[in-house]
Design a protein around this ligand. Structure first.
Ligand code: C5P
Length: 404
């Protein structure tokens, strides 16, 4: 059973698709999951708690308090208990409350207390789904790193035809089992991730840097660690925090420090994801004292840095995986293909500065992945957390293929 022992909170809200939640619950239990149903008051209008408690083998939680005996349900304990939370169906109202922290029922307080991944399967009429407020909520929720399970298109309960049908229960279960399956595959593996910019010292107060925020690399590190891998994160100067028990952070400043750290740890790794924006040139010799303003121009002589990716590509042993990034402004695919070959990468993640919402600083990204077998996958605009999940999915596929 693919969900053996997994503890799942199934959140049900007031949509007609709530009837499908019973089938979903049955399938989760069949896969070995322990399921705790939390239902909103409106949800109970569509499906009875008796059905749900019979299928899950547990009393259904809906209110903060049990009126019969005055006991109360701890959303905090529930949040710590779960390995995953799945909200299916999720109405426009629930999405809006989740996006804005309106914790006025047990389901939303639980959502705001969980530390596990959250999967959300919206279900509503096509106009409600297409409404800017719903789309805004979904963007916000994706930005928080929640997994949105897109609704399908078809005949809706209203009789209208369009997008808004909750994804089929079988498919939702596949998504969850896929998530936990890939998690197991990364246990006992170690990955190096490089992230952020590098600062190249000009004098004691000045440097040459770049706009990289480190967000993409940190998201990849977190995703790998969430799926059970040990991660060594070699990071340039960023304002991000990393406090994941599976991530060891090595902070560096310059391209040369990053090179030293990365080449030192790579031998003990099963692979590396090189997302850092490493300086290509560094001042020939940093000046020891602050250079004073004068009338004369200041010529800086820059020397090329060593390419970490290329060096690791040379060192790469059978079974080690190397993933690079390419940020291009023109001839994107061709440049990415050249880099893939030159640096001996298994696959390269291409993001274009020409795409709105992709690239430096922003919380979203739009990528294509090009692999050594010339396969190209194009992805839509997503939060960097979800882009990281796509990259790690690809990495898991490659790892599994290498292991036969
Ligand atoms: O050649 P370019 O810098 O565009 O290649 C980008 C890829 O190479 C990224 O994965 C980046 O992290 C890596 N790289 C590196 N060391 C360098 C320059 C780039 O690891 N000195």
């Amino acid at each position: 059973m693919r969900l053996d022992g997994k503890k799942i909170i199934l959140g049900i809200t007031g949509s007609i698709a709530a009837y499908k939640a019973a089938i979903l619950l049955r399938l989760l239990v069949k896969e070995g999951a322990e399921v705790q149903v939390v239902i909103t008051p409106a949800g109970k209008q569509f499906i009875t708690p008796v059905t749900l408690s019979a299928l899950s083998g547990k009393p259904v939680i809906s209110e903060f308090f049990e009126h019969a005996d005055g006991s109360w349900h701890s959303h905090v304990d529930l949040g710590l208990w779960a390995d995953a939370m799945l909200i299916a169906p999720a109405t426009a109202a629930t999405l809006g409350k989740m996006a804005h922290g309106i914790a006025d029922n047990m389901l939303i307080t639980t959502y705001m207390s969980v530390r596990c991944p959250v999967f959300i399967a919206p279900a509503m009429d096509l106009d409600m789904f297409g409404h800017p407020s719903t789309q805004n909520s979904l963007r916000i929720l994706a930005g928080f790193g929640n997994h949105i399970i897109e609704p399908g298109e078809g005949v809706l309960a209203s009789g209208l035809h369009g997008k808004g049908r909750m994804e089929e229960p079988e498919k939702i279960v596949e998504i969850l089992t896929g998530y936990f399956g890939s998690k197991k595959k990364l246990l006992n593996k170690t990955f190096l991730v490089t992230a952020g910019p590098t600062f190249e010292k000009i004098d004691p107060v000045r440097f040459i840097g770049n706009y990289s925020s480190g967000k993409m690399g940190y998201a990849v590190a977190r995703e790998l660690a969430d799926r059970g891998a040990r991660v060594i994160l070699v990071s340039g100067p960023v304002s991000l925090k990393m406090d994941h028990p599976m991530v060891e952070l090595i902070s560096v400043e310059s391209a040369s420090e990053m090179y030293t750290a990365a080449t030192r740890v790579f031998v003990e790794c099963d692979g590396a994801v090189l997302s850092a924006a490493v300086a290509d040139f560094t001042p020939e010799e940093p000046v020891r004292r602050k250079t004073k303003r004068g009338k004369e121009p200041w010529d800086l002589r820059l020397m090329p840095t060593r390419d970490i990716a290329e060096e690791l590509g040379r060192q790469k042993k059978k079974g080690q995986l190397l993933v690079g990034f390419a940020l291009e402004t023109h001839d994107e695919l061709e440049n990415a293909r050249q880099k893939l070959l030159k640096k001996n990468l298994d696959f390269i993640v291409l993001n274009s500065l020409n795409d709105a919402g992709a690239g430096f600083g922003v919380d979203t990204n739009k990528i294509s992945i090009l692999d050594q077998y010339n396969n190209i996958q194009n992805f839509g605009l997503k939060s960097k957390a979800l882009v990281a999940a796509d990259i790690v999915d690809k990495l898991v596929n490659f790892t599994s293929a290498a292991e036969g």
